[in-house]
Write a protein that binds this ligand. Structure first.
Ligand code: BEZ
Length: 179
């Protein structure tokens, strides 16, 4: 994965636009991989589903809280991606009062599939979802890779640790010390 360019995909997002009017003023906005990744050094983390316990209690809130530390280490953006549609991702972001982490809806799973990270979670009634992983992506190229162990379909467990913000921060700090 190291040194690979992230797949070129168009994400279908929903953005608030008061000109739409009415009580639900949102419209579609296409955002490409280039829009998210070109010219930036970012942390991308991917998880099995919005609103799921580990993701909602630890991974996403911890990235949100630790965002200033990531910025101090030269990270311009933190992106959380999941195989969920834009409506679900927006509702999850609202419920988490996010200010730092940006959510990317990969509703069709195209980005996740092209990253080689799509797994079946039919054992949970989820269908196809993302294996947990994270990456430091520099100008669209994977610079560091953090994949949970045991990549498999219908996995009985949900390993979480390698892709935690604490682990990625530790790697960024030791990289800085070595530089
Ligand atoms: C969790 O984040 O705790 C979780 C993720 C996928 C399935 C079930 C739980």
């Amino acid at each position: 994965m190291l040194g690979r360019k992230v797949p070129a995909v168009t994400f279908r997002t929903r953005v608030r636009d008061e000109s739409v009017g009415g009580s639900n003023p949102f419209r579609w906005q296409d955002v490409t991989s280039d829009d998210y990744f070109a010219g930036k050094r970012v942390v991308l983390f991917s998880l099995p589903g919005a609103f799921t316990p580990t993701c909602s209690t630890y991974q996403l809130p911890d990235f949100e809280k630790l965002a200033p530390e990531f910025r101090a280490l030269g990270i311009n953006e933190i992106y959380c991606i999941s195989v969920n549609d834009a409506f679900v991702m927006n509702a999850w972001g609202k419920s988490q009062s996010l200010e730092n982490v940006k959510l990317i809806p990969d509703g069709s799973g195209e980005f996740t599939r092209k990253m080689g990270m799509l797994v079946a979670k039919d054992n949970l009634g989820f269908g196809m979802r993302s294996w947990r992983y994270a990456a430091v992506v520099n100008n669209g190229v994977v610079e560091q890779w953090f994949e949970e162990e045991g990549y498999s379909d219908n996995c009985d467990s949900d390993p979480y640790g390698i892709s935690s913000p604490q682990n990625i921060l530790a790697a960024l700090k030791s990289q800085k010390l070595a530089a």
